[in-house]
Design a protein around this ligand. Structure first.
Ligand code: NAP
Length: 463
C-alpha cells in the first residue's frame, strides 16, 4: 500500500478515535474508556505522521520524543490531584508554545515565499500560540500561588488591552498581505506574548476555571491553524476538536459562574472587589466536637454532602464513602451535591467520588439538588467554601456576587468541616459560618469524617 494512503488511513482512524473518546468523556461512567480511546488515537496519529516521506532524519525526532515522554510521565505521576489545574495550564502553555515555535521557524525558513493561504494560517497560529503560551503561564503561576490569585488591575486596563488587541490584529493582517515585512512579524509575536500576560492578570479568584477552559480552546485553535499551515489533516481535526470542546467548556463554566461569555472573550471581568466586599462577617461561630456531630447525624433522616476543594486536599473521598455507608445502614438518605466549579478543575469532585466508588446516581448537580436542601436534616460541607457562600446571593460588592451557589445554608442544620476560619479560593469571608443553623467541626476533613463514622458505629454498638 502506498505510504500516503497508509497515512490517510491512520489519520482517519485517529480522528474517529478522538471523536469517540470525547463522546465517552462526557460521562464519569465512561470517561476512563474515553481516555484510553483518545490515547490510542494519538498513538496512531503519531505513528502515521512518522511515516511522512518529508522526514529526512529521525535522530532529533527520537531525542525529542524521548525527552517529551520522560517529562510527561514525571509530570503525570508526581503531580498531586490538587495541582491538576496548574498542570493543565502548563500543558496548554507547552502546546501553544509548540504551535508558535513551529510557525516562527516555518516563517523564518520560507516566510517571503509562502502562499497567502498558508500565511493566513501561519499568522493565526503564531498569534494564538504566543498569547496562549504566556496567558497559560500566568494562569499556572496564579494557581500555583507564585502570583497573587486576586485580579491585578490598573486604570484604563480594558482600553489598553483592546488597543493592544487591535495592534496585534493589524500587524497580523499586514504580515499576511506582505509576508516580507519580517520586523512586523516579530513585533506581532512580541505583542501577542505581552497580550497573553495582560489578558490573564486581571482575571482572578473564582473566575479562573473559565479562563483555563478558554486557554484550552485557544491552544486547540492554534494547533488547528498549525495543521492548515503544514497541510496536516490530523492536526486540523485534533486542534478543531480541542478548540470547540474548550469553547463549549468555557460556555458551561460561564453559565455555572453566571458570567456572560462576551465578558470572558474580551477579558472584561475580574474587577477588583468594590468597597465593602471584604468587610468582616459579623456574628459568632459555633464549633462542635465530632461526637456531637455524630449525635446530630444519628438523629437525621436525610443528609446532603457538599464536597469541595478541602476534600481533595485531605483525600477524604474514601472516608466520605464509608460515612455514607454507615448512614445508609441507619436508613438515612444520602445525596451528594456537586457544584460545577467545586475543587480546582471541572469534574474534580466527580472524579474523586467515582474513585471512592460512590454510585453515580447519588451525585446531583446544582440545578437538581438545590431545592432538596430545605428538606434535608443536615448538610455536611466538606472542605467547600466559595460554592456555599451566601455572599454570592446577598452581597453586591462581593467578587463572587451573581455566581449560583449550593443552598447548603437552607438545610435544617449545616456541619462545616475545615481546619480553620481561612477563606477559600476567592479569598473572601463566608457568612454561612455564622448562621444560627451552622456548626463548624474544625480539623482535617478525612480525620473528622472518620471520627463521625466511628461515633455512629459506636452508637450502633451501644444500642
Ligand atoms: P474553596 O472555596 O477553595 O474552599 C476550600 C476550603 O477547603 C478552604 O476554605 C479550606 O479551609 C478547606 N480545606 C483545605 N484543606 C482542607 C483539609 N485538609 N481538610 C478540611 N478542609 C480543608 O473550595 P470550593 O468551595 O470547592 O470552591 C472552589 C473555588 O475554586 C471556587 O472559587 C472556584 O471558582 C475556584 N476554582 C475552581 C476551578 C474548577 O475548575 N473547579 C479551577 C480554579 C479555581 P481551611 O484552610 O480552613 O481548612
Amino acid at each position: 500500500m502506498p505510504q500516503n494512503q497508509l497515512i490517510e488511513i491512520a489519520y482517519f482512524a485517529a480522528a474517529v478515535l478522538f471523536i469517540l473518546g470525547l463522546k465517552l468523556l462526557s460521562s464519569p461512567r465512561t470517561a476512563r474508556g474515553g481516555m484510553h480511546l483518545a490515547e490510542l488515537g494519538m498513538t496512531i496519529a503519531i505513528a502515521g505522521t512518522l511515516l511522512d516521506h518529508h522526514i529526512i532524519t529521525y535522530t532529533w525526532i527520537v531525542v525529542g520524543a524521548a525527552v517529551g515522554a520522560v517529562a510527561g510521565v514525571i509530570i503525570a505521576v508526581w503531580t498531586p490531584m490538587t495541582a491538576m489545574p496548574q498542570r493543565t495550564a502548563l500543558s496548554h502553555a507547552f502546546g501553544a508554545a509548540a504551535a508558535a515555535l513551529v510557525g516562527i521557524s516555518h516563517y523564518y525558513s520560507e516566510g517571503a515565499h509562502l502562499p497567502s493561504g498558508t500565511m493566513v494560517a501561519l499568522g493565526i497560529e503564531v498569534m494564538l500560540g504566543s498569547l496562549t503560551f504566556t496567558g497559560s503561564m500566568v494562569a499556572f503561576a496564579k494557581l500555583q500561588g507564585w502570583l497573587p490569585g486576586a485580579p491585578i488591575t490598573y486604570k484604563g486596563q480594558n482600553v489598553f488591552n483592546l488597543l493592544l488587541m487591535l495592534g496585534i490584529a493589524t500587524a497580523t493582517v499586514w504580515v499576511i498581505v506582505n509576508p516580507h515585512a519580517s520586523p512586523l512579524f516579530y513585533t506581532m509575536v512580541g505583542l501577542a506574548l505581552a497580550f497573553g500576560v495582560l489578558f490573564v492578570i486581571p482575571i482572578g479568584a473564582a473566575d479562573m476555571p473559565v479562563v483555563i477552559a478558554l486557554l484550552n480552546s485557544y491552544a486547540g485553535l492554534a494547533g488547528a491553524a498549525t495543521g492548515f499551515a503544514l497541510d496536516n489533516k490530523i492536526l486540523v481535526i485534533a486542534g478543531t476538536l480541542d478548540g470547540a470542546s474548550g469553547l463549549i467548556l468555557s460556555i458551561i463554566m460561564c453559565k455555572a459562574m453566571n458570567r456572560p461569555i462576551t465578558n470572558v472573550l474580551f477579558g472584561a471581568f475580574g474587577k477588583p472587589p468594590e468597597a465593602g466586599a471584604d468587610s468582616a462577617v459579623k456574628g459568632s461561630v459555633r464549633s462542635i466536637s465530632t461526637e456531637q456531630a455524630g449525635e446530630l447525624l444519628a438523629g437525621s433522616e436525610s443528609v446532603v454532602v457538599v464536597p469541595g476543594y478541602g476534600m481533595a486536599v485531605s483525600q477524604a473521598q474514601h472516608a466520605v464513602k464509608e460515612l455514607a455507608d454507615v448512614l445508609a445502614e441507619r436508613s438515612i438518605d444520602v445525596k451528594y451535591a456537586v457544584h460545577p466549579v467545586a475543587g480546582r478543575m471541572p469534574g474534580h469532585m466527580n472524579v474523586l467520588l467515582a474513585e471512592a466508588g460512590v454510585p453515580y446516581d447519588q451525585l446531583y448537580d446544582m440545578d437538581h439538588i438545590n431545592d432538596d436542601f430545605q428538606r434535608a436534616d443536615v448538610a455536611i460541607v466538606i472542605g467547600a467554601n466559595d460554592v456555599v457562600n451566601p455572599a454570592a446571593r446577598n452581597n453586591k460588592a462581593s467578587p463572587i456576587y451573581g455566581m449560583p451557589i449550593l443552598n447548603a445554608d437552607q438545610a435544617k442544620s449545616v456541619l462545616v468541616l475545615k481546619r480553620s476560619m481561612a477563606p477559600g479560593f476567592a479569598g473572601i469571608e463566608n457568612e454561612l459560618f455564622t448562621m444560627p443553623n451552622c456548626m463548624m467541626v474544625f480539623g482535617d476533613a478525612k480525620k473528622t469524617i472518620s471520627e463521625f463514622s466511628a461515633a455512629l458505629k459506636q452508637k450502633a454498638k451501644a444500642a
